[in-house]
Design a protein around this ligand. Structure first.
Ligand code: NI
Length: 227
């Protein structure tokens, strides 16, 4: 499933992240690519060990940890430290699927990429092109969100970023290993959680139906969880 998470970052946080990363040194975007993606990718990135990128990434991670919609949709077990990219002057990323497993540089820690995330850091009216286009069984979806908004989508999806023909597109991107590996199971839990939250608002936390459905949510989670 594809989920938009609005206002992950406030305007002030977007400005702070942009200030940090724009002052840093950028490199060819292929530093994190597999061999096939390297042929498809034309952009720049902050190196994974960039101090400015790490500080900006902590702002993003901190905001995600406090975002109820992100937590309910992703049910994260591990979140890859956020990376940052920029596209300008016709740069693009042609159709690809993200790597299934990420390995921390110089380390042994692995992450299975269940979900991919892009957090937009440029206002859409400041650049032309740069749509993140994601394919699923319903067709292709072009995504171009306000600065501070995030899109969460299955890492198994074919996707591409169209050429940025004017202006500059800044974004943060990262991957999530979910406690619920299966996209369809995660969707059931997300929908049930949203319905329970609506019932809580109407009936109150202590209503017998709310208590029962909350129990069902946790029992499904227990059945499927991978910790
Ligand atoms: Ni990708």
């Amino acid at each position: 499933m594809m989920i938009q998470v609005p206002e992950v970052l406030t305007r002030e946080q977007v400005a702070e992240v942009r200030r940090l990363i724009l002052a840093a040194d950028w490199v060819d975007g292929n530093v994190t690519s597999g061999a096939q993606a390297a042929l498809a990718k034309r952009n720049r990135q902050l190196p994974e060990d960039s101090p400015a990128g790490k500080r900006a990434g902590e702002i993003v991670l901190d905001a995600l940890g406090r975002n109820a919609l992100f937590m309910a949709a992703a049910l994260p077990a591990k979140v890859w430290p956020p990376l940052f990219n920029r596209y300008e002057g016709g740069e693009q990323f042609r159709m690809h699927v993200d790597n299934a497993v990420r390995l921390k540089r110089g380390g042994t820690e692995r992450l299975r990429s269940d979900l991919s995330a892009t957090l937009f850091l440029s206002d859409p009216e400041t650049y032309e092109g740069g749509e993140l286009t994601i394919e699923d069984s319903y067709g292709a979806h072009a995504v171009k969100l306000a600065a501070g908004d995030l899109i969460l989508y299955p890492a198994s999806s074919l996707h591409h970023v169209t050429p940025v023909t004017s202006g500059e597109r800044l974004a943060s991107f990262f991957w999530i290993q979910s406690m619920i590996r299966d996209d369809a199971q995660r969707r059931v839990l997300f929908d049930l959680d949203a319905a329970v939250q609506r019932l809580v608002a109407e009936l109150g936390q202590g209503h017998a139906a709310v208590v029962a459905l909350t129990g069902t949510y946790h029992n499904l989670l227990r059945m499927w969880v991978d910790v």
